[in-house]
Design a protein around this ligand. Sequence first.
Ligand code: PHE
Length: 342
Amino acid sequence: MEEQILLLKQEAINAFSAATKMEELESLKAKYLGRKGQLNSLLKRLPTMPQEVRPTLGKLLNQVKSDLENVFEEQTARLRRAELQAKLESEKIDITMPGLPFDAGNRHVLTAITQEIIDIFSGMGFEIAEGPEVETDQNNFVALNIPKDHPARDMQQTFYITSEILLRTHTSPVQIRGMRARYPRLPVRLIAPGTVYRRDQADARHSPIFHQVEGLAIGEGVRFSDLKGTLLVFARRMFGPDTVIRMRPSYFPFTEPSAEVDVSCTVCKGKGCRTCGGSGWLEILGSGMVHPSVIRNGGYDPERVTGFAFGMGVERIAMLKYGIDDLRLFLLNDIRFLSQFH
Ligand code: PHE
């Protein structure tokens, strides 16, 4: 029987060592070490053996049992390590693989144009100023020579919070705020981008919410030719070096004299086409020399200083620059539109 035991031991060791999976190892354990396993069936035969060899055989059986249990533990550890290794191998990340493409997004065309306008005027020494979208009737109208009953209010009807507080209809109130915040500093050169509101029905050319950039320069001896030169530089940087401008007499209560400024048509270069209605010119902004009472309302002395101001619509500049024909596109957030302006 001793030989049988030793043979069984060797067979079990070989089998345990050859196992490649945990389930396999478990079933081998049952086969050799289990309650109905082969070692136990030898143990059950022990009482049939001669009295004198029983203690030695018993001892041997116990020794083999604990040896095999050790081997089983060792092999379990071996398989666990192998499983982990295989898992690590299969989950290894290849850092040299190209990444997945993703949409990076881009600035809204109005943000980009506003920034472009700011950059151009920054280059000419203008600083950025801001004012609130919820403004007083005083700053939006009265201080700009538009008293309560003035007909100019008809063109700029707006949304009222109270009878004295409203959503600003233009960025011109920043002229007043900008001067007051800087007095007595000279010169004043500011550019004021921002959102404005008017009580308009939305269509291709109207929107109750749009954007403007205001410009203001106040100083001793500021002249109309300074206004013209400044705007010519702007028009050429924005629309191209061949651009020319023209100024047409106009009227704003807060400038005197006032002028509308046109640029040569960006599409036909002035020859006349559909975009410019055959005239060769496109209107881009309103401007003029700051009215003396506006200078006074800003805290400065109109006997000492003069100034110019202008205001342009950001949407309008974008439409002319990119040939966009419907104002509503700016608000629709259609990705097919937005992603065209990188
Ligand atoms: N605020 C005027 C408008 O919205 C534009 C303007 C600004 C005109 C400054 C002259 C001077 O129509």
